[in-house]
Design a protein around this ligand. Structure first.
Ligand code: PSV
Ligand code: MN
Ligand code: MN
Length: 393
């Protein structure tokens, strides 16, 4: 077991200070499965209240300064007003996530639909989201299309790719300078035979065709069991094609559980590759976002826990003795190299992260601080009639 030297401690703390993790507005509302939504007391009734909860998470962690919106789940008339509300609460509005999957029209797809009228409608929504992003000051259009087919022969796989490319081009060309389009992939669900953007390779190919402002978004829950996600991360970072993450945990499918709870070792391996690929550098614009739904656990503490899990995995990744690792690798010392990684992984970094919070004027234990804050009691008393927002609505 290695001791953390004072200089390494300082370096890790300074990089951690710069780590920003965006929380998703939809994580604060009621959610569930197709079997049941277990409503919780005090959940937000409006986009403003979701922003307030996100701001509370940032206030206590100092690491979640923005909140992603999902349109139309978070639709308002006055976007500049919503951005001002966020600023007053102490955070910013982050990625804009269009929703082209919850209307009857989209039964056969959105921008890949065989019906040109429906493709137009879906593309117009994406363009509207670019405009919303301009008004909210958001720099990321985070795109996921649920398009695909369920049966062989249902539609022309190749024509669907053409339709996808056409719509993406229109959206990309409409984006202002400084905005990025991140294209998320998912190997199955809601379609089961083909998805139109099933994997990182498909996303990569479309993004490369679009131009430098288009990059791949890796949602950790969107892979087949056993997929080596850190390889994908390493590859995409090397190619300059990784735009951001949707972090969450999974056991079986797109479970959307708390990041780092199902497989903290995987999160460590991911963050190691992120650091190795320059994703934690001060000039990196890699977007760390969460995409989770808290079906049975209290939502604000769950978000705080998610943030602390990412921080701890990052701290461990930063503790890897890279010189020792390289020497072992070059010497072909298989077990020695692995031991260097495991040494870092087994280090208890909780005191270091707590110390950082104290340095930042925060409570070293943000969940305990939340419990003491009285915020939960207040929202439960005030937000009577809180309802499902987003999934399970
Ligand atoms: C789809 O499963 C997804 O990961 C996309 O990011 C959606 O926007 C989000 O989940 C909705 O929860
Ligand atoms: Mn996602
Ligand atoms: Mn998902």
């Amino acid at each position: 077991m290695t001791e953390i030297s004072p200089s390494r401690r300082a370096t890790v703390k300074s990089i951690l200070r710069g780590l920003r993790i965006e929380t998703p507005s939809w994580a604060y509302g009621n959610s569930g499965t197709r079997f049941k939504v277990f409503a919780q007391a005090g959940v937000p009734r409006t986009p403003q209240e979701k922003i307030d909860d996100a701001a509370k998470v940032h206030e206590l962690t100092g690491a979640a300064p923005s909140v992603a919106l999902h349109i139309p789940w978070d639709k308002v008339d006055d976007w500049a007003g919503l951005a001002a509300h966020a600023r007053d609460a102490g955070i910013e509005l982050g990625a804009i996530n269009p929703n082209v999957f919850q209307e009857d029209d989209y039964k056969l797809g959105s921008i890949c639909n065989p019906d040109p009228g429906i493709r137009r409608k879906a593309t117009d929504h994406l363009l509207e989201c670019v405009e919303i992003a301009e008004q909210t000051g958001s720099k990321i259009l985070s795109m996921w299309v649920a398009d695909g087919t369920n049966y062989p022969g249902q539609d022309d796989i190749r024509a669907r790719q053409d339709r996808l490319a056409t719509a993406l081009r229109e959206v990309y060309d409409r984006m202002p300078e400084g905005m990025r389009l991140l294209l998320e992939y998912k190997f199955f669900e809601p379609a089961f035979y083909t998805m139109d953007v099933p994997d990182w390779g498909t996303s990569y190919a479309h993004c490369a065709q679009l131009g430098p402002a288009a990059q791949v978004l890796v949602d950790t829950g969107h892979h087949a069991p056993g997929t080596n996600i850190e390889f994908i991360v390493s590859f995409l970072l090397r190619a300059g094609m990784l735009g951001g993450f949707h972090f969450n945990s999974r056991f079986y499918a797109d479970d959307d559980l708390i990041v780092g709870l199902a497989d903290p070792f995987q999160l460590f391996r991911l963050m190691y590759e992120v650091n190795r690929g320059g994703g934690l550098a001060a000039d990196s614009d890699l977007a760390f976002m969460l995409d989770q739904c808290h079906n049975i656990e209290p939502k604000i503490p769950a978000m705080i826990r998610s943030i602390t899990n990412v921080q701890e995995a990052t701290a461990k990744a930063l503790l890897v003795d890279t010189d020792a690792l390289r020497s072992a690798q070059e010497a072909g010392d298989v077990l020695g190299a692995n031991e260097v990684l495991m040494d870092a992984y087994h280090t208890d970094v909780r005191p270091l992260v707590a110390e950082l919070r104290t340095d930042m004027g925060l409570d070293p234990d943000p969940i305990a601080a939340y419990r003491r804050s009285g915020y939960q009691q207040r929202i439960e008393a005030e937000r009577v009639g809180g309802n499902a927002m987003g999934w399970g609505a």
